[in-house]
Design a protein around this ligand. Sequence first.
Ligand code: BMP
Length: 226
Amino acid sequence: MGLERLWDISNAKGSRIILALDYGGKFGYEGLLNVLKEYVAGVKLGFPLLLEIGLRGLKDIIKRFSSEYFFIADFKIGDIPSVCRIIAGKLKEFGFEAAIAHAIVGPESLKAISENISLIALVSMSHPGSTLINMHVDELVRMALNSGAQGLVAPATFPKILTRVRRLAPEITIISPGVGIQGAPYGAALRAGADFEICGRSITLAEDPPTIAKGIMKLQKEAIKK
Ligand code: BMP
């Protein structure tokens, strides 16, 4: 278990975009996945999609598009170890290759997940109200690394925190939300130490999603070069 396939797809497409598929926009969820194949490496699915199209619809999407994209479950798991174990096992069965969990739930819960699916631990958040979690980023990174995490989520909107996470975890894959509508420029998270940028509404709600995604890829390439 690992994030190697995410990297393989990313390298093949030359893209560091993970699409947050929370909105269907004018193309609809499947329509978006059809037109973004060249530009997006990973797709992050969570409650917005599940509650809109149901479990059968979600499983169908993963089945249909799993050769083109790396699917990440974003239900921000945060529970006791035995429940985490059930959730992680089910998400794997549904076709997800990685799952995001709140690091703050502790090492036993995180290990119960990482033993069943590739774990991406949320160690810091992008919105203005995330002060409390962001104050504990060092401990959360250490705990995630000791609990088998293969990846971390850290925010583009707080570049100093993101860079700190990269320093504490030089080898791990970091995915970063907050570019575009939340205010950080495209490419900025890559410059601050992330490997992938999570892009949601700026692509899903765009008039012309492929053109926007292509533009983001271009800015990302410039960011990686520097
Ligand atoms: P958008 O680009 O539309 O702002 O979407 C960002 C995505 O990243 C959403 O799916 C959100 O749940 C997720 N996210 C975030 O914005 N900040 C975090 O700290 C953690 C997240 O998972």
